[in-house]
Design a protein around this ligand. Structure first.
Ligand code: FAD
Length: 640
């Protein structure tokens, strides 16, 4: 057998973004020997790129804000398909998690009276995003890392070893979850630098691997977001929920081609930025959907007044939820009113009272990004922007309170978990999702470990099977180039399963993915010159990632074909309306068939009715837009 290191832990956390770090901190605080693994460098996760802020109803800027309003906004944003218990826990616990970060050393921007400042964002009724300029995710990760170092220093003091109870495994990629019977018993990984294999023996594994963006051609996601956690969960026998819901952020860079897809934060619009078409018109006023009509301004004057007097004016439609704005931009471009490079214009020029200096102060990263990457000075010129694949709402089906997946010993939190955001995530809700459910996953995993009478065992056979699978691309002499196969997969997803979907195209996508299955199984790579041919070998890494992207793509395309309605991050050209009947349905995926070439199987699962006290937080007229007549509480339906 190939030489393989083995290390034993109580809890292994896969992913070192916000969810993973928060889970690892919690497991360690619960006294568990914990490993946290990341595919990229430690500190380089998507969380670090989060610009706008962390949504928490602290009520610092507008005292009317509270968890109930946040819960309502989240459910509206998700078009009532959210797991309402997750949305409730999130809205209730988010402020504590933000305050906790401050206790650990985070430095948020302040209001004039010294409280944590909160900014406006799409879909949030009140200013709610705690932020650090437009670098909030960086501060979150910096703070969590600082906490980890502090815990490691304690461990060094007590055990003479910094890694005694919490070790970071950077640049280490998990390719399989390992099982002993029905239970999780660990994870199999390779180390990027050396290509060497490592087995992590652990009764509990927390998936915190983030998103799937690299399955699409135009994306704000970076190289490591290949749907690994989603696919690892399926391969281990767990289920995924509502994978059809993919968020296309309305504002990605469109030019130059090398940076196409890179995010332009929503804070630009939250801080008075407006969208215009090639006629110079603020077109979003034409695209306010019926369900939101009462909450958004109908004139530019009112929209502009809202920034200074939000209590007496309605918000501008540039701040509609992301799915609405992305579709509107798509329509403008299709109608021939786009910008020269196929987007629309987003401008802050002359929009801030403090002029150019305020733009640079409020949006430092955006100013830098456009200057460096596109030679555009956003204090003087408009940005060109268009939709980009940004976030996946679908993910591992978990218990809301413990983050446990269906497989004993498996937990999931953050973007890889499903349910919390329903059909569309509100900006800023991810960062607090990571903290709330990262903590809960760390707790859930620790409690699970405590409950075990005996620990599961990692057998040599399972390890050998995982090693053989990882080495297979080297054995395929004359196999296909993984980059060519990846490019085709991304093009297929972009063209046929993108922002606007139709039956015929989705069927075509599934046929193409079927053909790609054989090609993925046949990708081959040559050894490189160092470390047994496997050291720093991006072609090999991609060859392994392709399995994950293919599985996730199939899950998205199948679910998108099945759901015959348009809701949030799933728009069907052939079923443009939102259907109350479909709102009652979760689409659940699992893998079935030949284990060497498994297929995604879909099941319709009824949505659990919302608890009575929560449903009563909404006005009857609003509920009527989402629920079927039978679901409406008695008094709303006029039965009392
Ligand atoms: P991530 O932060 O994505 O981390 C995933 C981790 O898993 C990484 O460490 C990665 O290396 C690791 N990993 C993946 N696969 C493997 C594997 N096979 N083996 C080992 N490790 C693996 N949300 C907000 O709320 N507010 C914002 O302002 C905001 N802005 C954003 C801006 C950008 C440009 C992007 C891309 C996203 C933004 N989001 C924002 C969304 C938010 O940042 C992400 O959804 C969130 O950070 C995901 O966190 P996570 O902990 O789930 O995973």
């Amino acid at each position: 057998m190939t030489e393989i290191e083995r290390h034993a832990y109580d809890v292994v956390v896969i992913g070192a973004g916000g969810a993973g770090l928060r889970a690892a901190i919690e497991a360690r605080l619960q006294g568990k020997k914990t490993a946290v693994i990341s595919k990229s460098l430690f500190g380089k996760a998507h969380t670090v790129m989060a610009e706008g802020g962390a949504a928490a109803a602290m009520g610092n800027v507008n005292p009317n804000d509270n968890w109930q309003v946040h819960f309502r906004d989240t459910m509206r944003g998700g078009k009532f398909l959210n797991n309402w218990r997750m949305a409730e826990l999130h809205a209730k616990e988010a402020p504590d998690r933000v305050w906790e970060l401050e206790h650990w050393g985070a430095l948020f921007d302040r209001t004039k009276d010294g409280k944590i400042s909160q900014r406006n964002f799409g879909g949030h009724e009140y200013p709610r995003l705690a932020h650090v300029g437009d670098r909030t995710g960086l501060e979150l990760i910096r703070t969590a890392q600082q906490k980890i170092v502090a815990l490691q220093q304690e461990d060094h003091r007590d055990h003479g070893d910094y890694d005694a109870r919490l070790k970071v495994w950077a640049e280490t990629t998990v390719t399989r979850l390992l099982k002993d019977g029905d239970r999780i018993c660990g994870a199999f990984a390779y180390v990027r630098e050396t290509g060497k294999f490592v087995v992590f023996e652990a009764p509990a594994v927390v998936l915190a691997t983030g998103g799937i963006g690299k399955a699409f051609k135009v994306t704000s996601n970076s190289w490591e977001y290949t749907g690994d956690g989603h696919s690892l969960a399926l391969l281990a026998g767990a289920t995924l929920l509502n994978m059809e819901f993919v968020q296309f952020h309305p504002t990605g860079m469109v030019w130059p081609p090398s940076v196409k897809g890179i995010l332009v934060t929503e804070s630009v619009r939250g801080d008075r930025g407006v969208l215009k078409n090639s006629d110079g018109k603020r077109f979003m006023f034409e695209y306010i959907p019926e369900v939101f009509k009462s909450q958004y301004a109908t004139t530019e004057e009112e929209g502009d007044r809202w920034y200074d007097d939000p209590d007496n004016n309605k918000r501008p439609p540039e701040l509609l939820p992301r799915d609405e704005v992305a579709r509107a931009i798509n329509s403008e471009v299709k109608a021939g009113r786009g910008s020269p490079h196929g987007g629309v214009f987003l401008t802050v020029v002359d929009r801030m009272p403090g002029g150019a200096a305020e733009i640079v102060q409020r949006l430092p990263s955006m100013h830098h990004q456009f200057k460096e990457l596109a030679d555009v000075d956003i204090t003087k010129e408009a940005m060109e922007v268009g939709p980009t694949c940004h976030y996946v709402m679908g993910g591992v089906e978990v218990d809301p309170d413990t983050a446990a997946a269906l497989v004993p010993g498996l937990f999931a939190a953050g973007e890889v978990a499903g349910g919390m955001h329903g059909s569309n995530r509100l900006g800023g809700n991810s960062l607090t999702d990571l903290l709330v459910f990262g903590r809960r996953a760390g707790l859930g995993a620790s409690e699970y470990v405590d409950s075990l009478a005996e620990r599961p065992v990692v057998s040599d056979e399972t390890v050998q099977a995982a090693a053989d699978e990882a080495l297979a691309p080297f054995a395929r002499k004359g196999g296909e180039n993984p980059y060519a196969v990846h490019a085709e997969l991304q093009q297929t997803m972009n063209d046929l399963v993108g922002i606007i979907r139709k039956e015929g195209e989705l069927e075509q996508a599934l046929e193409s993915l079927d053909k790609l299955r054989d090609r993925v199984a046949n990708v081959g790579v040559e050894p490189v010159a160092v470390n047994d041919g496997r050291g720093y070998h991006p072609g090999w890494h991609l060859a392994l990632d392709l399995r994950n992207m293919l599985i996730v793509s199939e899950a998205i395309a199948k679910a998108a074909l099945e759901r015959q309605e348009s809701r949030g991050g799933h728009t069907r050209d052939d079923y443009p309306g939102m259907s109350p009947e479909w709102r009652k349905v979760n689409l659940v995926c699992r893998l079935a068939g030949d284990p060497s070439s498994p297929r995604v199987e879909l099941r319709r699962q009824p949505m659990e009715p919302m608890r009575d006290d929560l449903i009563r937080l909404f006005e009857g007229d609003e509920l009527k837009k989402y629920l079927t007549a039978e679901e409406l509480p008695a008094q709303v339906a006029g039965k009392q």
